[in-house]
Design a protein around this ligand. Sequence first.
Ligand code: PLP
Length: 376
Amino acid sequence: MNEIKMVDLGGQYLKIKEEVDREIKKVIDTTAFINGKIVKEFQNNLDIYMGEGVHTTTCGNGTDALQIALMALGLKPGDEVIVPAFTYVASAEVIALLGLKPVMVDVDEKTFNISIEEMKKALSEKTKAIIPVHLFGQSADMEPILKFAKEHNLYVIEDNAQAIGAYYTFSDGRKMKTGTMGTIGCTSFFPSKNLGCFGDGGAIFCRDEKLAERIHMIANHGQKVKYHHTVIGCNSRLDSIQAAVLKVKLEHLDEYCKARHDAAQYYTEGLKGTEDIVTPFEAENSTHVYHQYTLKVKNGRRDELKEYLATKGIPSMIYYPLALQEQEAFKGITRSCGELETARECARSVLSIPMHTELTKETMDYIIESIKDWKR
Ligand SMILES: *Cc1c(COP(=O)(O)O)cnc(C)c1O
């Protein structure tokens, strides 16, 4: 068997090589490396993909997307922003960077996403926004989040870096794409993300046309007319070569989501009933696009399983080894809501195994059998 990889960007590229190479070559031939025509084309295609009424602004990366979103909402230093305690650092980092206060909230032990009950407890007079994260590719429970936000006049910024292409279903049957339900949605095109480019990239989604205009302006030095700067912004651009890659890959995104979901089903079926292992939970009201396939390993045996898999030539990763409240950078600048015990426990027990669009049954069978053979 070939070497097993966590992600197989090479294998994915080979299948679309001709198209991608052709689009990249076009960019090189025109030398419009920044703000080329293709950036606008990709942006328009993404508007359509995300759903009617969505305005997209592409930008430099997913972290910038979150920062620009917070800047566009005009929050003031000291304002509080609610964020789940179990997430990638970027979701909370940008809050602190802008002098706002991250308020860390515990997560649901099944979905790894923000706990609705804990979110409600975190409210204070200073709360201005919530950043739900659709972690590992599954939507946070948006209906109660949006309801709560409306009741308390809060903005909702969805961190959709891991879930582009996923749907959430409301209790009345309405379906919406993750990243398009809140005030603003943010995503990342980091190479290993579900829609990844060949470098850095990101995007911001918004349904409010005025706000979308402001977002656009902030990502572009606060100017609408060149050299006329209305507000303080930043320089965050998606370059033309990345847009070329993304334009091709966007055409395949639904297929990629399906490949990931099929692989996940196969793992879950194969690992059913395996002692000490909890396979991922799929919420009924959300499609799961499996940015990661994340197991929970019981009885403090996570690191033991990781080492064992390595001896079998199977890579695995710990996303994430520390909860936010355990990160040194956040000491003294955050507020915690409660003990955040579930977030801490997740950081101790999670283990992600290979998940990508090119997994074969043979590879997955080998991984499943190896996990089942693990000595207990
Ligand atoms: C990847 C990621 C980001 C940041 O994206 P970059 O493009 O790497 O800046 C933010 N939030 C989450 C949840 C992510 O997974």
